[in-house]
Design a protein around this ligand. Structure first.
Ligand code: NDP
Length: 337
């Protein structure tokens, strides 16, 4: 292929992403400048944070500029390199764009780790972002002890499903919160959660009280909003809240609901900590080893929700904010063998 297609951010979404916020445009295949690498995309990861990157709100990275290619996490093959660190023909993953071909600073890319028994696309889908997020969030911030109670919101999602399984592997009593019967059945019957709450059908507050009369020691928060507020009221003394994500607010233009139960942080001496998985980049090999061991032992499962074709990306990303995805959402851009 000698031509390129790029999704360009033409307008900042107001509320939900709408047609025309992103436009697919033809372009030339870029050339690598000094310190840059051009990657032919094989898979594009779609992530809840994409909506934040489209907005000009305070966040952990600069927003995507209007008129620029949409930023995305990619897996692909190096086709041109201005960096000694990457040779043409090698597979890499990291930050690129929603394009057939991306140009990235070498520092934003890393080789795809060779994990025996796990296909490249699964290594990409699980090990680039989501599994290390669950691992470091739960291990370092949650600091779980055997017999403690753990509640995971977004429990059927990419990060959440790993957090549920790590919680069980590390000896916790785990309650997942997810939307819909199919997802809830999967979390309980396949992932091994002790109980699950369907937040679309059930009252979270009442169900948490019934399921965990002993209270919550650790809350792994993927959603923020009302669910966070409810969990805050039921946290135990010296409980920990892992502030991983707030997907319920990402379409609100940076306007976040402040939990009414915020004072419980003081009353119950809670530790609440946000984090971004890249904070742990230097420790990724540790996560890969631990997660691979669990996978080989049959104690780690995941789902990937795969969409075919770069042209589908702007419709597909919307699934994340309606719960339409079942597992790690990824777009297949090209078949690179
Ligand atoms: P998921 O695979 O979990 O997909 C998003 C899911 O969020 C949906 O399927 C839906 O599940 C749920 N959801 C959407 N809207 C709402 C809502 N209003 N209330 C409750 N649940 C909702 O995505 P990820 O696993 O990739 O991400 C999960 C969270 O983790 C996000 O908040 C994300 O920003 C965060 N994250 C943080 C990282 C970090 O470094 N801190 C890294 C990666 C992700 P359902 O059908 O159950 O409602």
């Amino acid at each position: 292929m000698s031509s390129n297609r790029q999704w360009i951010l033409t307008r900042r979404p107001v509320g939900d992403i709408r047609d025309g916020d992103l436009v697919l445009r033809p372009d030339r295949v870029p050339k690598a400048g000094k310190g840059e690498v051009v990657v032919r995309t094989e898979w594009l990861s779609l992530d809840p944070t994409n909506r934040l990157w489209m907005s000009d709100v305070p966040q952990y990275m600069p927003p995507v500029e209007l008129g620029a290619p949409m930023r995305g996490v990619i897996l692909g093959k190096v086709v041109d390199s201005g960096s000694d660190a990457f040779e043409v023909g090698g597979f890499v993953m990291g930050i690129g764009s929603w394009s057939d071909y991306s140009v990235s600073p070498a520092a934003m890319l890393s080789p795809v780790p060779d994990i025996p028994g796990i296909a490249r696309k699964d290594v990409f889908g699980q090990f680039t972002v989501v599994a290390p997020t669950a691992y470091f969030g739960l291990l370092d911030i949650g600091a779980p002890k055997i017999g403690e109670t753990l509640v995971v919101s977004g429990a059927a999602g990419a990060v959440g499903c790993i957090a549920v399984q790590l919680g069980k592997a590390w000896g916790c009593k785990v309650v997942g919160i997810a939307g819909g019967k199919d997802k809830c059945d999967w979390v309980k019957n396949e992932l091994g959660a002790d109980a699950v709450i369907d937040y679309k059908q059930e009252d979270i507050q009442q169900r948490l009280k019934a399921l965990l009369p002993e209270g919550i020691d650790i809350y792994f928060d993927n959603v923020g909003g009302d669910t966070l507020n409810t969990a805050l009221a039921q946290m135990n003394l010296f409980g920990r809240i892992i502030q991983c994500g707030m997907i319920s607010s990402y379409n609100n233009e940076g306007s976040y609901d402040v939990p009414q139960n915020y004072p419980m942080i003081l009353m119950n001496r809670l530790r609440v900590q946000g984090f971004i998985v890249t904070d742990y980049a230097a420790r990724f090999p540790e996560a890969f080893r631990a997660l691979t061991k669990l996978y080989v032992e049959g104690r780690l499962k995941w789902r990937q929700h795969e969409i075919d074709g770069l042209e589908q990306a702007d419709q597909a990303v919307r699934l994340l904010y309606t719960g339409g995805n079942t597992g790690k959402l990824m777009v297949k851009v090209a078949d690179l063998g």
